[in-house]
Design a protein around this ligand. Structure first.
Ligand code: AMP
Ligand code: ZN
Length: 449
């Protein structure tokens, strides 16, 4: 398997130390609002990574975190906590907001048929581990205290700028004027925030005799260490995570545990919508429900996502989504053919080509064109379904005896040249989402939708 590794900025061979326990961590959602389709695109890409590795015979141990505290409106320790913002907006408690959007996220996760991780790790369930990580960083001299929290001194971690190729001098020059004067370096970040006097921050814990809460970056380092150990095989996220969140995770974990945090780092580029970034002001923050309202299933969207690559410009349009829906219908109808033809052989060449494509840095688009252009057996479709998780077979069930009898009756009517009856039967079948096509080899049935 070849993958693009952000650590080396190269496509590299992925050779995990233990094929029976490939450790993967994915930065998960901040649970304060409904995710949009851009967020889900990222989870679909990483689901495909997991499925492709499973296809190759690896066993996966994957953790996805759920951020329910400490993620401020700006990724760089400024502004309101997103959960507090959600609570105000909906007139609920932060805990209610977190519970609600966690449940909603996991429900969508299942509707998208994404592989269940070993654990969904909720940040507030790891407060002890987070505090202990701050202890370790402090003992090793990496932190300092300011009026509003405990900060990580990035100057103490000499390779800080490497991961994102940060130009720290430039950052300093461009720093905002309200940049906290107590911060020693512009890139320093809070590992622990204190609740300010008068601040209404519901989630708070007593640490070092002060009320406070963990920083967003801290949770990932603490959860990974607790659940997966000092070094993992693959860490995933969106491209936005490179300069701050993942850079800070590396600084924390590698300073505290003195081990490489992850061998591979994978980031997806952001999808655009109609050529624009996903943004509230443009009114294009579509949810899965918005797609459903326009007649598209989560699987149609998943197919659209996998027609492209995690690295690369993706532009979402409803026309392209309609094309993806059509492609999926076509594949389901080819499964329908396998029920009606018993001479389709396993296509080893096509499956080998698909395997080569996915092992080439997850080239699902190339694999899809092999699918389009090859005759495939039921057993091939089963493998394809496991590989992409598109629910093709589930959504292409064989017809029951009753429908088979109706189809036979239509054949008879046609043979008897009773076209009124045969047309009537056609309409009746269409009501059950079945279309009848007359081909040189006789009539076949297909799904209408
Ligand atoms: P958040 O809940 O805001 O932390 O975002 C969840 C995930 O969605 C993160 O991994 C982001 O990098 C990712 N993400 C946000 N917007 C997009 C987008 N337009 N396209 C792809 N991924 C995105
Ligand atoms: Zn993270």
């Amino acid at each position: 398997m070849k993958l693009y590794n952000q650590l080396t900025k190269k496509v590299e061979d992925f050779n995990p130390k233990n094929k029976d326990e490939v450790k993967i961590y994915s930065c998960g959602p901040t649970v304060y609002s409904y995710p949009h389709i851009g967020n889900f695109a990222s989870y679909i890409y990483w689901d495909f990574l997991v499925r492709a590795l499973m296809f190759d015979g690896y066993k996966i141990k994957r953790v996805i975190n759920l951020t329910d505290v400490g993620h401020l409106v700006s990724d760089a320790d400024e502004g309101e906590d997103k959960l507090e913002k959600g609570a105000k907006r909906e007139n609920k408690t932060v805990w209610e907001i977190a519970d609600f959007y966690i449940e909603d996220f996991i429900k969508s996760y299942h509707t998208l048929n994404l592989v269940e991780p070993y654990k969904f790790a909720r940040a507030t369930n790891y407060i002890e581990e987070e505090e202990s990580l701050v202890d370790t960083l402090t003992e090793k001299g990496y932190t300092y205290e300011t009026a509003d929290g405990i900060y990580y001194d990035t100057a103490k971690f000499p390779t800080y700028a490497n991961f994102a190729k940060l130009d720290l001098e430039n950052l300093k020059a461009g720093a905002r004027v309200d940049f906290s004067s107590e911060k020693r370096n512009v890139s320093d970040f809070a590992v622990w925030k204190y609740v300010k006097p008068g601040e209404n921050h519901t989630m708070q814990w007593n640490y070092q005799n002060k009320a406070g809460y963990p920083g967003w970056h801290l949770e990932c380092s603490a959860i990974i260490h607790k659940e997966l150990g000092e070094t993992i095989d693959i860490h995933t996220g969106g491209i936005d995570h490179i300069p701050i969140h993942h850079t800070n995770e590396i600084a924390q974990s590698e300073a505290a545990y003195e081990k490489q945090m992850s061998y591979f780092w994978l980031h997806c580029d952001f999808i655009k919508i109609d050529g624009q970034k996903v943004s509230k002001s443009l009114g294009n923050v579509y949810s899965l429900q918005d797609l459903a309202n326009r007649g598209f299933s989560p699987m149609d969207f998943k197919l659209w996502v996998l027609q492209g690559h995690y690295k690369g410009d993706r532009n979402f349009t409803f026309d392209d989504l309609a094309a993806a829906k059509k492609r999926r219908l076509n594949w389901r109808n080819r499964i329908a053919i396998t029920y009606q033809k018993d001479d389709i052989k396993d296509n080893k060449e096509a499956m080998a080509e698909i395997s080569n494509a996915i092992n080439d840095n997850l080239n699902s688009a190339a694999a899809f064109s092999v699918i389009d252009n090859s005759e495939l057996s039921m057993s091939d479709w089963q493998k394809i379904d496991e590989l992409f998780g598109l629910n093709l077979i589930n959504d292409a069930p064989n017809i029951n005896e009753n429908i088979k009898a109706i189809i036979a009756a239509r054949k008879e009517a046609k043979e008897n040249k009773d076209y009124t009856k045969s047309d009537e039967i056609r309409t009746k079948l269409e009501e059950q989402n079945i279309a009848i096509k007359d081909t040189p080899d006789g009539q076949i049935w297909q799904y209408l939708n």
